[in-house]
Write a protein that binds this ligand. Sequence first.
Ligand code: HEC
Length: 352
Amino acid sequence: MIATATTSSWLPQAASTQSQGVDPAFYGVYVVGAFAVILVAGLAMTFVRQFPRKGENERGLGDARPNVKLQAAWVLAALGVAIYAFTAGLPGFLDANAAPWMSYRVLVATSQDGYKFTYPNGHIADTLHVAINRPVRLDATTADVIHTLHAPALRLNEPVLPGRTAQAWFNATTPGTYELRSAVYGGDRYQDMRTAVVAHNPADFDAWMIRVSDVFAGRTMEQAGELLYVTKGCKTCHSIDGSKLVGPSFKNVFGHQFDTREGVRITADEAYIKESILKPNVSVIAGFEPVMTPFEGKITDKEIAGLTAYLRTLSDLGGKPAGADSTTAKPAGKEVAAVAAPAAPATPHGGK
Ligand code: HEC
């Protein structure tokens, strides 16, 4: 559950370094403001008693002269309060606006459906997990209307405006679970715009990250492949609906035949797909540039198997996947033998 423990009745529990900039300024302005209210109300009541109207024609203070010194003191005191409020809040404000260099950067996508957090390793979650004593920078965008990142315990309050990237940061100091919600009305499901920030000890955070970023946990190979398609960045160059992006569409790739730029006909079987991911520029499909990043060293065999299982589901020649664990891919011989190609032209893929 959301931690509601408070150390004072005025501000929620302070769980980030940001409270050093916010809390003293808040209390200072609060005390000065309370004093001013008591002073003004007290004086007003005293004067009402002291100078009652005595007759029909009396004009209150009569012809008493204004006391210039008192008036000047009053104006200067008010100015002093304003200057104090500004200078007390300024350091915390400036600090909150500049995330430290090398902060842990999490991308936040907000929409009326809620929050989505994307971690540096590509893991996507709907609660924000962080390690304590490590500055976290949030780069937030909204897909629809204004939302805010509002986490009182972390002294975080950042509006996220359409068409802009809002930047906020915090450095959690106390492990715990803190409420994060939107503090502006953003549609009739606004009440659902709430999630949590979970601050872990660094070791716990690393363990959590390793556990959840295992894309295969709780997923079939096909589902893991579908997720990897997004998190490994394949999506930026390969569509799944047949349309041509930088690379050929993944629709109807698996099992189909293609010509390379050298005029060699290949069959996109498991071995070829594996090679295409590890060393894409060895054989380049006709009509495309060798611009795909080689994934050698950046992807595991199991991830390739997951992606291949996913590619099968997108192909009418995909057939039955080779079982839940298709790491045991059959060593399909690579057909780079130049099949004299009079037959049907290579399946059009990539669209027009
Ligand atoms: C920078 C853009 C880019 C990214 C990112 C990218 N690719 Fe590619 N990919 C290409 C291009 C361009 C080609 C065609 C040229 C070639 O064969 O090298 C291609 C070809 C392929 C092929 C062979 C397709 C065929 O029709 O035979 C496969 C399979 C493939 N990519 C898989 C992947 C996977 C899986 C990922 C993600 C892990 C990925 N690609 C990421 C650009 C990209």
